[in-house]
Ligand binder design. Structure first.
Ligand code: ADP
Length: 511
């Protein structure tokens, strides 16, 4: 540090003072490389082209004052010199950027302290520069972090608003601090309306079965200070009073030091899962029932025959006929379950060959004539001749049509009629199965093609598994077709299947 030489600009118009400065440097052997400017103009010019470690400037100059010089000094230490009695001026100079000041006395004693003042001013300037740089860096860092935080906040906000789950956060007082879009949709409240409100006033969870208030997982977290889940039977009561099955989980929000500052709760609408669960358990009970009924009857008839070896031939024949039919029912049921599991696993196989839809439809109707007769239902057909062929799986199409006819017979009371027709309309094969039966309630229409779905018909014992129409729909879709249903309660239903007809050439070309 002591070895370093300083580049100094002396701005002084008094020749005696200039000489005194030069003498001082020489006598004291000061490490200064100096330049002398005798006026403001000269100083400004020099400062425009050169950089100095320090500018030592006298207050009164021939063509101006030290303030004019200070104006053209950037990033350089400056020491201001003035005559006795002008301390005020000196303070003003410091405010304008000078690092220090010296009060000139007539006997030039001030020169004694000059070297120390210069050294300090340069050191002070250096420290100031470093501080300035550090400050600038800090500002830059704060700016960057703020931008980063804003970005993260934005990402978080977008994520929260696009989440399919409702997210609700509360503070230490259990008052709502966050409420995302899904929470708004699920509860019917808007964030503006619930912000700062006690969460218990807004989120009402009940037991789906008993309808009694259920323990909120938020209360659980308040007690345990750990993640808590609600029960499997939780339902949320929305603002409108609508009930929605939910799965609820809550977790503590902790600061870095571990202190709990709030709780976040996630609610998921599980109506679909609960509906599927309900359908599955309905299915299991109806399948067990369906399996048990034919089995019980097969066993009963077989036992009666075994117990009575002398049974007349005609009775034996009748019993065997029943056993045979019941076995068919069992086979159908088991095939249905197998088909459905193939549909679920996506492995249902369609073997495409050109098929004669008219003969398949006729065969399907014929196969059910016996059942129709037994149910005292008239079964009529109207099947066009010379229909174009269909590229498809004959067994699947046959089972699709028999399923529809079977349903039509099943849901039609005695003396009703079931009609099966097949025509070509607008180059599409249109197969209609209509009945004069009990019809389908409007609310159920959209669901009858879902797996396991059965219309609830109070007071009526109609057997089934809820699989038939799901299989029908899958077969139709896999043949690039579509199915429609029209129905009126106590008047009847019509199921219409549209399948693409294929020309002979296409049929032979397609494997
Ligand atoms: P399942 O017949 O085994 O109950 P499906 O999947 O074949 O199951 O049919 C689903 C529901 O659609 C039935 O429970 C029934 O209520 C209704 N349905 C189907 N076909 C008819 C029809 N032709 N007339 C009235 N209701 C019908």
């Amino acid at each position: 540090m002591e070895d370093k030489r300083y580049k100094i600009l002396l701005v002084e118009d008094d020749r005696l003072d200039q000489m005194a400065f030069k003498r001082l440097v020489k006598e004291e052997n000061l490490p200064y490389d100096y330049t002398i400017a005798g006026s403001v103009a000269q100083a400004t010019q020099i400062l425009g082209g050169e950089k100095f470690d320090l500018v030592f400037v006298d207050y009164l100059l021939g063509d101006g004052t030290a303030f004019d010089v200070l104006e053209s000094i950037v990033d350089t230490a400056a020491v201001f010199a003035t005559g006795t009695g002008s301390e005020e001026l000196a303070v003003k100079a410091m405010k304008s950027g000078a690092s220090d000041y010296l009060i000139k006395d007539p006997s030039r004693n001030y020169l004694k302290v000059l070297p120390e003042v210069v050294k300090n001013a340069i050191r002070h300037k250096k420290a100031e520069d470093e501080l300035k740089q550090y400050h600038e860096k800090l500002v830059e860092l704060v700016k960057e972090r703020t931008e980063q935080l804003a970005e993260e906040k934005e990402v978080l906000a977008v994520t929260l608003s696009s989440m399919g789950d409702a997210v609700i956060a509360v503070d230490a007082q259990n008052q709502i601090t966050l409420f995302n879009k899904t929470a708004e949709q699920l509860t019917g409240w808007r964030f503006e309306e619930v912000r700062g409100k006690p969460v218990d006033d807004i989120i009402r969870i009940v037991n789906e079965q008993t309808k009694q208030p259920a323990n909120s997982p938020i209360d659980g977290v308040l007690e345990s200070r750990e993640i808590e889940s609600g029960s499997d039977h939780d339902a949320l009561i929305a603002r409108t009073g609508r009930e929605c099955p939910i799965s609820a989980t809550a977790a503590p929000i902790r600061r870095n030091d571990g202190a709990m500052t709030g709780i976040v709760m996630v609610l998921r609408d599980v109506s679909q899962q609960r509906e599927i669960d309900r359908m599955k358990s309905d299915f299991i009970s109806s399948v067990s029932h369906e399996l048990r009924t034919p089995l019980t009857s097969i066993k009963a008839y077989a036992e009666t025959m075994l117990d009575d070896p002398n049974m007349p031939q005609s009775t034996k024949q009748e019993f065997l006929q029943i056993i045979n039919e019941e076995s068919d029912r069992l086979t159908n049921l088991i095939n249905g379950i197998l088909d459905i599991s193939k549909i679920e696993s996506g492995t249902i196989e369609i073997i495409r060959k050109p098929i004669n839809i008219a003969s398949v439809a006729k065969r399907a109707a014929e196969s059910l004539e016996y059942v129709a007769g037994k149910n005292k239902v008239r079964l009529q057909t109207d099947i066009a001749d010379h229909l174009p062929e269909l590229l498809g799986d004959e067994n699947k199409i046959f089972s699709m049509i028999t399923n529809l006819i079977n349903n039509a017979i099943k849901f039609t009371p005695e003396n009703g009629t079931v009609s099966v027709s097949a025509h070509l309309v607008n180059n599409e094969l249109v197969i209609k199965v209509s009945d004069t039966g009990m019809g389908i309630p409007k609310d159920d229409m959209a669901k009858i093609f879902s797996r396991f779905y059965r219309v609830h018909r109070p007071g009526k014992q109609i057997q089934g598994t809820g699989l038939g129409l799901a299989i029908v729909k899958e077969i139709v879709t896999r043949h690039d077709g579509r199915i429609d249903v029209e129905s009126e309660i106590d008047k009847g239903s019509t199921f219409t299947v549209y399948l693409p007809a294929c020309s002979r050439e296409a049929a032979t070309l397609t494997p």
